[in-house]
Write a protein that binds this ligand. Structure first.
Ligand code: BGC
Length: 509
């Protein structure tokens, strides 16, 4: 009897323990399921916030075209600055001689020597490339321009014995300065503001070519700035040089922007503007475009608030390489706060801009079954080891949502330009005629920047959206042409076009 009681007692204890263990296991599972549901909820909310249906994209197209009109109508009429460039003729292939180019505004600073042979021939340029030391981006004007001038001097001195007679005359250069500049002529202009992480206060409001020329004078270098251009304008010049149907250029790299060829009579804010060609390239500075139709999330709002230029460059902050990685980082951080999917201490994940866009692209395009690249980047860059496969998949999904939105918005921006100039096949300009009556002209848009050229998923999403917005038929008449090195060779071409031409081709009455 006594033994029987002991057996029963043991059995009860075992049963109770088993129940307790089961309860803990079930409790943990329930908790972890609940956490997972929260994470999935964050993803669903992100997807909803980033939605870019064709309907919404068409609203963005219209808003872009309307803002372009407004920016052309009056100074300050729109967040789109629609800046005059004083470039009224584009290279046509006959340019000859040796020209230099400086390229400031991307990841690297570059100096180039370009030999133009006429008849659309360009010899392989000599190029020197240097990363811009971080401290110079927020230092003083003098420090930055001294750095630029001294690299140019080194480069020129290395040129050795070049027998070309063009070098007997004063050297000339095209200066690609990829920031918003209010041009006063084709070779001069005033910096309106910095973007892309630059922030040298004493340059704002100053004449950019003069800053460079003063720095060159300090070291005894005698080179004439023949053209001061935005990178979009250099890209348009090079695109047009290769294909005369090129009427616009877009950059989607560290920053984003577009320019296009406009009729001078449509530039209402400069009435009486005369050019020999009847047109002028307009630098839109579309990075600053804004519309209530843009799908904005709490991550965009936080990124903007934490940036050195809040309420500025809103379109750029949703599209360009400087920011995409950081949007993804913010989403992952939110997920880990909501449901500690990555464990506790995450000092790296809290660091702004630690996840650069090229790494994000690598994760997005990881096609290994185990997502090994994703695991490596999470471990090496964010110091989060041992992330389970299902969480890695989630990270890839976040990259996808953020990139897809960016690419589709860029596509809407491009169609906005086409609409403004009546090249979107909608009959906007010819009015009244049905779509099928309108014979669409072949239209080429030169395009450059790492996001488009090196990020396949981004490029594919952009193409897909262009087709969705324009329709298959109209899309066939629009070619996006990769135009590599518009900011180098294109600037040299514009220097050639405006070489030793003391009077700009444009007269303001
Ligand atoms: C600048 C533009 C430039 C673009 C692409 C933007 O941040 O404001 O001037 O064209 O980046 O480099």
């Amino acid at each position: 009897m006594g033994r029987g009681l002991v057996v029963v007692g043991v059995a009860v204890t075992v049963a109770v323990t088993a129940c307790a263990v089961a309860a803990v296991v079930v409790g943990k599972r329930v908790k972890s399921r609940r956490k997972w549901r929260r994470v999935v909820g964050v993803l669903a909310e992100l997807e909803q916030g980033c939605e870019t249906t064709v309907g919404r994209l068409k609203q963005v197209v219209d808003a872009m075209a309307v803002e372009m009109h407004a920016g052309l109508a009056s100074e300050g009429g729109s967040k789109l600055k629609m800046l005059l460039t004083f470039v009224d003729t584009l290279p046509n292939g006959s340019e000859k001689g040796i020209y230099y180019a400086l390229d400031l505004g991307g990841t690297n600073f570059r100096v180039l020597r370009v030999q133009l042979g006429g008849q659309r021939s360009i010899l392989e340029p000599d190029v020197e490339r240097r990363p811009i030391p971080q401290h110079l981006m927020t230092s003083t004007s003098e420090d930055l321009f001294d750095f630029i001038a001294s690299l140019l001097k080194e480069f020129v001195e290395k040129e050795g014995d070049v027998s070309d007679t063009t070098l007997m005359r004063r050297r000339e250069l095209g200066f690609t300065f990829s920031f918003p500049v209010k041009q006063t002529s084709v070779s001069t202009g005033i910096l309106i503001k910095w973007t892309k992480g630059f922030g040298i206060e004493d340059t704002v409001g100053r004449e950019v070519s003069e800053c460079l020329e003063q720095a060159m004078a300090r070291i005894g270098l005698n080179v004439r700035v023949a053209a001061l251009v935005n990178d979009t304008v250099g890209t348009l010049a090079l695109g047009h040089y290769h294909d005369p149907d090129t009427i616009a250029a877009v950059i989607i790299g560290t920053g984003t922007n577009a320019c296009y060829l406009e009729r001078t009579d449509a530039i209402i804010k400069c009435q009486g503007l005369l050019t020999t060609s009847g047109g002028m390239v307009v630098n839109m500075e579309w990075g600053n475009f804004w519309s209530s139709h843009l799908p904005r999330t709490s991550y965009d709002i936080e990124l903007d608030a934490d940036s050195p230029n809040p309420n500025d460059q809103g379109f750029e902050k949703m599209i360009s390489g400087m920011y995409l990685g950081d949007i993804v980082r913010r989403v992952i951080l939110r997920m880990s706060h909501e449901a500690d999917i990555f464990g506790d201490a995450l000092p790296k994940l809290s660091m702004p801009f630690i996840l650069r866009t090229p790494l994000m692209a690598e994760m997005h395009e990881d096609d290994s079954p185990e997502l090994t690249k994703v695991a490596r980047i999470l471990k090496d860059t964010l110091e989060i080891p041992d992330v389970p496969l299902k969480v890695r998949k989630l990270v890839v999904k976040v990259c996808d949502v953020v990139t897809r939105r960016a690419a589709r918005l860029a596509a809407a921006g491009i169609v906005g330009i086409l609409k403004k100039i009546g090249r979107d096949g909608s009959g906007g300009i010819t009015g009244g005629r049905s779509r099928s009556d309108i014979k669409m002209k072949r239209t080429v848009v030169a395009i450059e920047g790492g996001l488009y050229t090196s990020y396949t998923m981004f490029r594919e999403y952009l193409h897909e959206a262009m087709k969705e917005i324009l329709g298959e038929e109209a899309a066939q008449h629009v070619t996006l042409m990769v135009t590599e090195d518009g900011s180098g060779v294109g600037a040299a071409l514009l220097a050639a076009t405006h070489s030793s031409d003391p009077v700009d081709n444009v007269q303001l009455l």
